[in-house]
Design a protein around this ligand. Structure first.
Ligand SMILES: Nc1ncnc2c1ncn2[C@@H]1O[C@H](COP(=O)(O)OP(=O)(O)OP(=O)(O)O)[C@@H](O)[C@H]1O
Ligand SMILES: [Mg+2]
Length: 440
């Protein structure tokens, strides 16, 4: 059941009609609107408060999307496209989620709480479909903007590696306006969840490679496969969700942005995104290109390799920033072994993790122009996935045992290094030695 109006018109008219006059925040919102126009005229922005968690490097400065969305300049061509989004009422969603019961709550992010729900299929009313319902918890202009952008973007894109938006709700109940987003349910949760220490079973290496491939497909589609470009801007492991067959899909398009118009090299925006993933030139200048996503993808590859978070305040000082910590470990194969996720069998990942690190290094080149396009990254990942399916481990089981007991004896030590030297890709090290990554 699609909306009669185009999605953009529906969302925009909702925004115009309702937004400034509810929640009793009129003054504050008007103030925000003023600051928006100032921000959107400026070409560079100061780095925001990077001490925050969640998606915001600078929540106030994130206004450019909203302004554009509300004015209709951010995704102009998108509104023309047909949208199959369902429009839900609050009462439908209440009955789908046991009245937003905590018992069906599956997560909480910067946008608000997420609940699991069940709805009837439109095509076959006897069939029930599982959904995830995201309830906008954050008051104020920023949360609203992200809601509008998410509906605008996800209403028109379609790809197996992007989470499907089933519909949305912008409805009144006794508490005022409710703004919700309804997605396909992703039963295997986020990649971040599986990489965290909380999970008992670590993600197997082959699955990590497939996730890297799926995520690269999703980004390639956004950057290069439509008649307009979308920059995701918030690429990170918590925004990569896994379906029942462990296919990875990108979610959370609230910060997405149209790429530069023809003839322009970048878009100037406020700096938003997540600390640890944002590209250095974007943080410094606010100049956004698709290569900012490529940087975030490179960080993510190292997350898959190491099982560590890009920034982890619970680790010792020298290990808190992932990119800083790994750097000295890339000079030789023995040291490289030390950064591999200790929960995984090294023999399964030995060779392909080197290759994946080599791709990560190319994504993490300081000059964005020298980073590969996502389609090039995808090609490289495809080759790794193909060869890892057939490759035999480089190390024998005996060698692996010695690898695990790394400090055992000098002799074993040397033997292992010899094997590693044979196995490592020279190009990987060469790339790294150019010292392209600056992490401080
Ligand atoms: N479509 C979905 N299906 C299943 N679970 C989901 C879905 N969308 C979100 N979730 C769950 O809800 C959690 C919170 O998601 P949300 O996107 O709101 O926050 P986040 O990604 O953790 O942080 P941020 O707000 O910084 O993006 C996710 O980690 C995930 O476990
Ligand atoms: Mg998210």
């Amino acid at each position: 059941m699609g909306s009669g109006l185009s999605i953009y018109t529906a969302v925009q008219s909702f925004a115009m009609k309702c937004f400034p006059f509810h929640y009793g925040e009129k003054k504050e919102e008007q103030k925000s609107m003023q600051s928006i126009s100032v921000l959107s005229n400026s070409s560079t922005y100061p780095v925001g408060d990077i001490g925050k968690s969640g998606s915001e490097l600078n929540s106030q400065g994130a206004s450019d999307i909203s302004t554009d969305s509300l004015r209709g300049t951010s995704f102009p061509s998108l509104s023309q496209r047909p949208s199959n989004l369902r429009v839900f009422t609050v009462s439908e969603l209440k009955s789908a989620t046991k009245n937003f019961s905590r018992s069906v709550m599956i997560g909480e992010g910067g946008f608000g709480c997420v609940y699991k729900g069940l709805i009837k299929s439109v095509e076959e009313p006897s069939r029930r479909i599982e959904i995830a319902v995201k309830q906008l918890g954050r008051r104020g202009v920023q949360g609203h903007k992200e809601w509008v952008t998410e509906v605008n973007v996800l209403g028109i894109v379609e790809h197996p590696n992007l989470v499907k938006l089933v519909g949305y709700c912008a409805d009144n109940d006794e508490r005022g306006i409710q703004r919700l987003l309804i997605y396909e349910y992703m039963p295997n949760r986020s990649v971040e969840h599986h990489l965290s220490k909380r999970t008992e079973t670590p993600l197997p290496w082959s699955r990590r490679l497939k996730i890297a491939q799926d995520a690269a497909r999703g980004l390639t589609y956004l950057h290069e496969e439509m008649d307009f470009q979308i920059i995701f801007r918030d690429f990170k492991s918590s925004n990569i969700l896994l379906d029942g067959e462990w296919n990875a899909k990108l979610s959370d398009f609230g910060l997405a942005r149209l790429g530069p118009s023809e003839g322009l090299t970048h878009v100037s925006t406020a700096v938003v995104g997540t600390l640890g993933y944002a590209a250095p030139e974007y943080i410094q200048t606010g100049r956004l290109t698709s290569k900012s996503d490529v940087w975030g993808y490179g960080v993510f590859l190292y997350e898959l390799i190491t099982g560590r978070r890009p920034i982890d305040k619970n680790r010792p000082k020298g290990e808190q920033k992932l990119l800083q910590w790994i750097r000295p470990h890339l000079s030789d194969g023995k040291k490289f072994l030390q950064i591999l996720d200790p929960r995984l069998e090294r023999r399964d990942m030995f060779k392909s993790s080197h290759k994946l690190a080599a791709i990560a290094n190319r994504c993490l080149v300081k000059n964005p122009k020298n980073r590969p396009k996502m389609s090039e990254v995808l090609e490289m990942i495809n080759r790794i996935v193909e060869s890892s399916a057939t490759e035999s481990p480089q190390l024998s089981l005996t060698d692996l045992a010695s690898t695990e007991a790394s400090q055992d004896s000098e002799v074993k030590h040397k033997k292992r290094i010899m094997h590693l030297k044979l196995a490592e890709n020279n190009w990987f090290l060469k790339i790294w030695r150019r010292k392209q990554v600056r992490t401080s």
